[in-house]
Unconditional design. Structure first.
Length: 296
């Protein structure tokens, strides 16, 4: 049984006769009759009762027509979806994001423009750490990600496009009053209780930050660890301690938190858009939009 058998039969059922179906299908009437007979022979049932030039559906024919229409509609829908996916205008795109970097800049602009340009593409967006995004891309569980550069980033297996470079700032409770409005000096922060993140969360960034502390002579007093910067900032707001966080957080300042630069302390970290080496059509569309933002 082939799709043409179903199409011919449904045409006959819908138009009430072989000749009308042949006209609609733009093929010879004997060809339609032969295909219907072949279909009945394969199924072993009569689908039509022939009354002269007129045909009537049997009970089996009516039941089969209902299912045949559904099969043809499903096939047409699957064909259309495949065509749209091939064009990059429909389908599903799995994207990883960093919450701390999602409030402004390239990522929200890129996703907004993509969603408006391709409204039929479903965006499955998952908040993940940079390391988790890289692992998910390598495993084929993500199509694209927005990450900070890590030592584990394999440029031979992943495409990476630089978006911007962020730095580190001190987040402190607004209850803390400093003598200066400018960058803080070591003596302003030495001895302050700090909230930090475990090294396992971002080893490269953790080590760079530790080196920067040593570079200015800071001996940190860590009173609490937190897995992500959202929790760290919550603890800062609660007065548990201060925290060195990514400057991207300055675009979404929590209540009771101030951000201050520290003299001589810099941990520049590259924010990247990453995909696999052979991205699909949908991913290429997002990559194109993201890259265009650089020049605007």
């Amino acid at each position: 049984m082939e799709l043409r058998h179903l199409r011919y039969f449904v045409a006959v059922a819908d138009h009430g006769g072989i000749s009308h179906a042949a006209d609609r299908l733009r093929i010879a009437q004997p060809a339609v009759s032969r295909q219907i007979k072949d279909l009945e022979a394969e199924m072993g049932v009569d689908l039509l009762l022939r009354e002269g030039r007129r045909v009537v559906l049997t009970d089996a024919g009516r039941a089969f027509a209902t299912q045949a229409r559904a099969i043809l509609a499903s096939t047409d829908a699957a064909t259309y979806e495949a065509q749209q996916i091939a064009k990059g205008t429909a389908g599903r795109l799995r994207i990883g994001l960093l919450e701390s970097a999602s409030w402004s800049g390239h990522m929200p602009i890129a996703l907004n423009r993509y969603a408006r340009r391709y409204p039929d593409v479903r965006l499955d967006i998952s908040p993940m750490s940079s390391l988790d995004q890289i692992d998910a891309l390598m495993a084929g569980d993500l199509d694209a990600g927005f990450v900070y550069r890590q030592n584990s980033l394999d440029d031979e297996k992943l495409n990476a496009h630089w978006l911007r470079t962020d730095d580190v700032v001190l987040a402190a409770s607004t209850d803390l009053v400093f003598d200066s409005d400018g960058p803080l000096e070591l003596e302003d922060i030495d001895g302050l209780p700090l909230v930090a993140f475990p090294r396992a969360v971002a080893p490269a960034y953790h080590d760079q930050l530790a080196d920067a502390w040593r570079g200015i002579g800071l001996d940190p007093v860590i009173v609490q660890e937190a897995e992500n910067e959202t929790t760290m900032l919550s603890l800062v707001s609660a007065g548990v301690g201060c925290a060195f966080v990514n400057s991207a957080n300055m675009h979404r300042p929590p209540e009771r938190v101030q951000f201050r630069q520290v003299q001589g302390l810099s941990v520049p970290i590259e924010f990247l858009f990453i995909t696999g080496k052979n991205p699909g059509t949908l991913t290429q569309g997002l990559s194109e939009i993201t890259r265009q933002i650089d020049t605007q």
